[in-house]
Design a protein around this ligand. Structure first.
Ligand code: OSB
Ligand code: MG
Length: 369
């Protein structure tokens, strides 16, 4: 496989509904798309870096800079026997895993298209449909939250995750649990608490949650281990797990019982598969996280979710929760049983509507060797 041309674009799309986490509210998303051309085929990747460095340190601007000035020269015109060689070939560039992932995942798409196979088959996926949950942001009132949960459950989604932060936490979980007594429920704090909040966080144990996601700081494995010993609710790590090695260390330390895998956070598919396999060998279930992706990133997520140890419902919901219209056609839809089919065409297997991409583009750059 040879990447002959790279096109970078920055797009801006309005969200169907605002999304609020412990680090703030967004009404639209600005993100980078990577288009690769090689061997007469076109492939796509989506970078999950936000406009602001609040979820993690990367931004759209750092991803643009790193991809243009450092990653593109390392991959353009270079023959790769397999896309799993790409991530190690970028080793000189420290960090910047979201930027690396966008290029690497597009390269897997290109490879799968060259083989005429769905990406899921190339990644080692084993299931044709993926279980979907929803991530529901912080709302303006508890009534609004309960109403949103009800609307999502009516669509068939298999579990509900609510975002929490100090001041919007135990009461929010209680409101949802009181109204929906048997719904598989979890909370995500996006690192909003500190080690001194253990007593308070133990209050979540009363609600029979599937897990509490990333309660403490991203670099705080030890205090997550202390917290996990204090809680009956399983801890799931998201922001903390930026590499396979950090995943291993967190499991060894007892800092979590579940891991959220986002290929953007890890640097792409090769690292995600390695982490998935490591977790399987340690009996740690994983699920696929989401980053408010357009249909391009969403399709990628579905393919990775088809691997066997993605045994819990993921944040891989339908297009219409996010963008209307989406950049792909047909949009991704959820069935009434809360599952989404893995696209079965070559590569990511969805049709990118280039005219919609063009209309949403605010910057574009073409790179060749
Ligand atoms: O922590 O999982 C997260 C969105 C943006 C940044 C971080 C997170 C999220 C979500 C939304 O929870 C998941 C989705 O629906 O795409
Ligand atoms: Mg999270």
């Amino acid at each position: 496989m040879v990447i002959e041309r790279i096109e970078l674009r920055v797009l801006r799309l309005p969200l169907v509904r605002f999304f609020e986490t412990s680090f703030g509210r967004v009404d639209d998303r600005t993100f980078m798309l990577v288009r690769l051309d090689g061997g007469g085929l076109t492939a796509w990747g989506e970078c999950v870096a936000d406009q602001e460095p609040y979820y993690g340190p990367e931004t759209v601007e750092t991803a643009w800079h790193i991809t243009k000035d450092f990653l593109a020269p390392l991959v353009l015109g270079v023959p790769f026997a397999h896309p799993r060689e790409l991530f190690p070939s970028l080793r000189r560039v420290r960090g910047h895993r979201m930027a690396k992932a966008a290029v690497e995942m597009a390269a897997w798409d290109l490879h799968a298209r060259q083989e005429g196979r769905p990406l899921a088959a190339v990644l080692g996926g084993t299931r044709a449909r993926v279980a979907s949950g929803v991530s529901i942001g912080i709302q303006d009132s508890l009534e609004q939250l309960v109403e949103r949960v009800g609307a999502e459950l009516a669509e068939g989604y298999q579990r509900v995750k609510i975002k929490v932060k100090p001041g919007w936490d135990l009461e929010a979980a209680a409101a949802v649990r009181t109204r929906f007594d048997s719904v598989p429920l979890m909370v995500d704090a996006n690192a909003a608490y500190g080690p001194g909040d253990a007593e308070h966080l133990a209050g979540f144990d009363a609600f029979g949650l599937m897990m509490i996601e990333q309660p403490l700081g991203e670099d705080d494995i030890r205090d997550h281990a202390v917290l996990q010993r204090r809680l009956s609710t399983p801890v799931c790590l998201d922001e903390s797990i930026q590499s396979v090695r950090l995943g291993r260390d967190a499991i060894d330390a007892g800092a979590c019982r579940i891991i959220n895998i986002k290929p953007g956070r890890l640097g792409g598919y090769a690292e995600s598969i390695r982490l998935h396999d490591l977790c399987a060998s340690r009996g740690v279930p994983v699920w696929h996280g989401g980053m408010l992706e357009s249909g391009i990133g969403r399709a990628h997520n579905l393919h990775l979710s088809s691997l066997a140890n993605f045994s819990l419902p993921g944040d891989v919901a339908a297009s219409r929760r996010y963008y209307e219209p989406d950049l792909i056609d047909p949009p991704i839809e959820v069935a009434s049983d809360g599952t989404i089919p893995v696209p079965d065409g070559p590569g990511i297997g969805v049709h990118v509507i280039e005219e919609r991409v063009e209309r949403a583009t605010i910057r574009r750059l073409e790179l060749r060797r």
